[in-house]
Design a protein around this ligand. Structure first.
Ligand SMILES: [Zn+2]
Ligand SMILES: [Zn+2]
Length: 378
């Protein structure tokens, strides 16, 4: 743009140097209607003229910019419109009142100058797959393969949808523009062509492989390396394994979302492995070496004498790894003391004997509780 020679803005609008604001407005409105890109699809000249026209109007309709242009010309100092054709300012039309909606319809399609955008590169669709893992697989890491479906460009027709040896035809309804225009007086309404669904082309001899869509649903196998310590709900991104890109755009990504099945024994809180473990009344009272299950086997752990129900013991480094680091969390054992049931008469006698010999010092909790109760009533 910067290298081409620009026409004088007055010449572009076809008005004399001493034209009034009203003259400029009128001239612009007339020309804008004539060379709007929607009326000249795929016409690069019309597009360029329209751009030129808007640029000229942007300057000449603004008294300040116009004065600067009159004084310095196109390449004057502090040229504020150097980035020609960047953004058009239609705020000048605010005083046209009811005209606004008409211009919205004329220019509302600025972003939708679809004739060009339709062919722009587009990234493919991102896909999602839910990968179910066992608790151990997530904790220890694993490698998995799974099958999934994705849409791919049909290899038989190369995506055109036309039977090999034939070509898509120009849509007769919209004559290839992909749009239908209805003009009611000054109003101009544009909508996508329903015959070709806005593509401008129709396929008469359909590719039998894809049924004319140019796209096929294909079963693929993906391979994923799951890092140790991954948590439920986290995702692994397989780049470029999603849907196909359009017009040379990149393929989408495949998001593998991890779903972890619950474990029979363990729960987790981040990198901490949680285990609720029942111990017997005697083990709790006398202390014991117990076998504690871990993710990989079991370890011996000493429970001290007089362990209360609900006590937590932390075993360092027996938890879950943190993804991408050498750190390993802890195993947290929460013991639950089980009160024995269905005792034999002999066992009951032994316990009665234990109680008879009890001095009360054995039960710290009960003693301090009783003391508190006494203090309430004395
Ligand atoms: Zn095909
Ligand atoms: Zn059409």
């Amino acid at each position: 743009m910067a290298t081409t020679t620009k026409r004088d803005y007055y010449e572009v609008l076809g008005v004399p140097k001493n034209a009034t604001e009203e003259d400029i407005k009128k001239a612009y409105r007339k020309l804008a209607k004539e060379c709007h890109p929607d009326l000249h699809p795929n016409d690069k000249n019309a597009e360029a003229r329209f751009k030129e026209l808007n640029e000229a109007n942007e300057v000449l309709s603004d008294p300040e910019k116009r004065a600067r242009y009159d004084q310095f010309g196109m390449d004057g100092p502090q040229n504020p419109f150097g980035g020609a054709g960047g953004g058009f300012d239609f705020s000048g039309f605010g005083d046209l009142g009811g005209m606004g909606s008409i211009f919205d319809q004329l220019f509302g399609g600025m972003g939708g100058m679809n004739s060009q955008h339709r062919n722009a590169p587009q990234a493919g669709q991102d896909l999602q797959y839910e990968l179910k893992l066992s608790f151990e697989e997530a904790a220890m890491g694993c490698e998995k393969s799974f099958e999934f479906y994705r849409e791919e460009t049909c290899t038989t027709c190369g995506g055109s949808g036309a039977k090999p040896g034939t070509k898509p035809q120009t849509c007769p309804t919209c004559k290839g523009t992909g749009q239908i225009r209805t003009q009611g007086g000054f109003m101009l309404v544009t909508r996508p062509c329903s015959t070709c669904r806005g593509t401008g082309k129709i396929v008469t001899d359909k590719c039998t492989s894809c049924g004319g869509s140019g796209i096929k649903r294909v079963k693929r196998t993906a391979h994923v390396k799951v890092p140790a310590g991954i948590a439920h709900g986290q995702s692994i991104v397989l780049h470029g394994q999603g849907g196909p890109g359009m017009n040379g755009g990149p393929a989408g990504d495949l998001y593998v979302t991890i779903s972890v099945r619950p474990h029979k024994l363990f729960q987790r809180d981040g990198t901490t492995l949680l285990l609720d473990m029942p111990i017997s009344f005697t083990q709790a009272t006398l202390g014991a070496d117990i076998d504690v299950p871990t993710l990989t086997g079991k370890i011996k752990y000493h429970i001290p004498e007089g362990t209360q129900s609900g006590t937590e013991f932390r075993i360092k480094g027996q938890g879950l790894p943190r993804v991408g680091s050498a750190y390993k969390g802890d195993l947290l054992i929460r013991v639950k003391v089980e009160v024995p049931k269905r005792l034999t008469e002999k066992q009951k006698d032994l316990l009665r004997q234990f109680d008879a010999e009890s001095t009360g010092k054995e039960y710290e909790g009960a003693k301090s509780f009783l003391d508190k109760v006494k203090s309430l009533f004395n």
